[in-house]
Design a binder for this molecule. Structure first.
Ligand code: SF4
Ligand code: SF4
Length: 245
């Protein structure tokens, strides 16, 4: 398969299997930062295939009722048990395809915390998705798409396959909005806009968020919050409301 055929085959397969967003990031400009943050093994890969599946709006729209166990359980099941597993299976199948074509491909799980101190995974899905042109990083430290706002789950495949990279970054469209900052029950956000040269800590206290979600687990029996995701006006929920006007 030549480069163009491989590229088409991977993107078409991802879409057939239910991926809503697919893009390829060039990681070479951030090579040194990848070595520092995730280590030399991860930094060997020059590209990242970013995959996203949009969350179902009726599930996300239950989040304000998360004190009700049924609403919290439904959200957690849909997001972590179902959508993340769908992404992991697709990332695994696409990685096998790439390997069968002679390339190295390493799928990064959709949801797996490997560093408890910094509360992060093997590699950042948001970094890959941003560089792949799928969205921008909002004031809530989530990836925000034009199409469904932050209502998307992500997985990543690190690879040396010569796929065409997206090149164009999405413009930050948070503007003067502060909804996610205001709704957070533990004030985990500083309100600063994303800057690629700043660590996440400058904008978001992940430990504070983690402690709150753990508190919810003790109170309701389910570890869920997500209000900063629910409230973002770039979500499809708002677009659908506009369409019916
Ligand atoms: S998930 Fe909840 S606690 Fe965590 S940052 Fe978002 S709003 Fe705040
Ligand atoms: S709620 Fe507003 S400030 Fe927060 S990420 Fe969405 S658009 Fe940006």
């Amino acid at each position: 398969m030549d480069r163009k055929e491989l590229d088409r085959h991977i993107r078409d397969s991802a879409q057939i299997w239910g991926v809503d967003f697919v893009g390829v990031a060039d990681l070479t400009p951030i090579h040194d930062a990848v070595v520092r943050q995730w280590g030399p093994v991860i930094a060997e890969y020059p590209r990242a295939v970013s995959l996203g599946i949009a969350l179902l709006n009726p599930i996300v729209d239950q989040l304000p009722r998360q004190a009700e166990r049924a609403a919290a359980m439904t959200y957690r099941h849909h997001v972590y048990d179902v959508t993340d597993r769908r992404l992991d299976l697709i990332a695994s199948r696409l990685s096998s395809m790439l390997q069968n074509e002679g390339w190295s491909a390493m799928p990064i799980p959709a949801s797996q915390e490997v560093d408890e101190e910094h509360i992060c995974g093997v590699f950042s899905h948001k970094v890959a998705a941003r560089l792949a042109g799928i969205g921008w990083i909002g004031k809530n430290a989530l990836l925000i798409t034009n199409e469904v706002g932050p209502r998307v789950r992500l997985a990543t495949i690190l690879t040396d396959a010569p796929m065409e990279t997206s090149g164009k970054l999405r413009r930050d469209r948070c503007g003067t909005c502060t909804k996610c900052i205001e709704i957070c029950p533990v004030n985990a956000f500083t309100g600063r806009s994303f800057r690629a040269d700043e660590p996440r800590d400058a904008r978001f206290d992940a430990r504070m968020c983690d402690r709150h979600v753990e508190k919810r687990r003790k109170e309701v029996g389910v570890a869920v919050c997500g209000l900063c995701l629910y409230v973002c006006p770039h979500a499809k929920r708002e677009q659908q409301e506009h369409k019916t006007i």
